[in-house]
Design a protein around this ligand. Structure first.
Ligand code: AMP
Length: 138
């Protein structure tokens, strides 16, 4: 995988406002926060998208996320927040190293804005069956 700005942050080549670090995970402040306290959580493993991440790194991030969310809540005083994870340029991924955003939602106008064009489920039984079968081989 090509070097990204995040691999340079992991190696210390580029500075960051570090929030947490262990053997598998790093968390730091987003350089362009949607709200104060906007934090990025990344695996040290250089996977581009979530589907490419190892179980070990995924478990390490999963264990940590609630704790980091609580820390961001405590410090910002925001009870509400979004956890966002983009995969692929069409899905708004700009840095091709897996990352989770923790974005406080201090008010209606601040934090993450989402367009949510909900549709209707069609062929739900068939879709669910196909995905559940694919889970076993993924
Ligand atoms: P995404 O669109 O999900 O790929 O988000 C990438 C995020 O990385 C954006 O919110 C950027 O503000 C953030 N970002 C880019 N460069 C840096 C950096 N050097 N330090 C901290 N955050 C960064």
């Amino acid at each position: 995988m090509a070097d990204t700005i995040f691999s340079k942050i992991i190696s210390g080549e580029i500075p960051s406002h570090k929030v947490y670090e262990d053997d598998l995970v790093l968390a730091f402040l987003d350089i362009g926060p949607l709200a104060p306290g906007h934090t990025l959580v990344i695996p040290k493993e250089p996977a581009q998208t979530l589907d490419q991440l190892s179980d070990e790194s995924a478990a390490a991030i999963g264990r940590l996320l609630p704790r980091l969310c609580r820390a961001v809540q405590t410090v910002t005083g925001c009870r509400e927040y979004n956890v966002l994870q983009n995969n692929g340029p069409g899905a708004h991924q700009a840095v091709f190293h897996v990352h989770f955003h923790i974005i406080p939602k201090p008010s209606e106008d601040a934090g993450l804005g989402i367009r949510w064009p909900a549709g209707k489920v069609e062929d739900g039984a068939e879709m669910a069956k196909r995905i559940s079968e694919a889970v076993t081989t993924s």
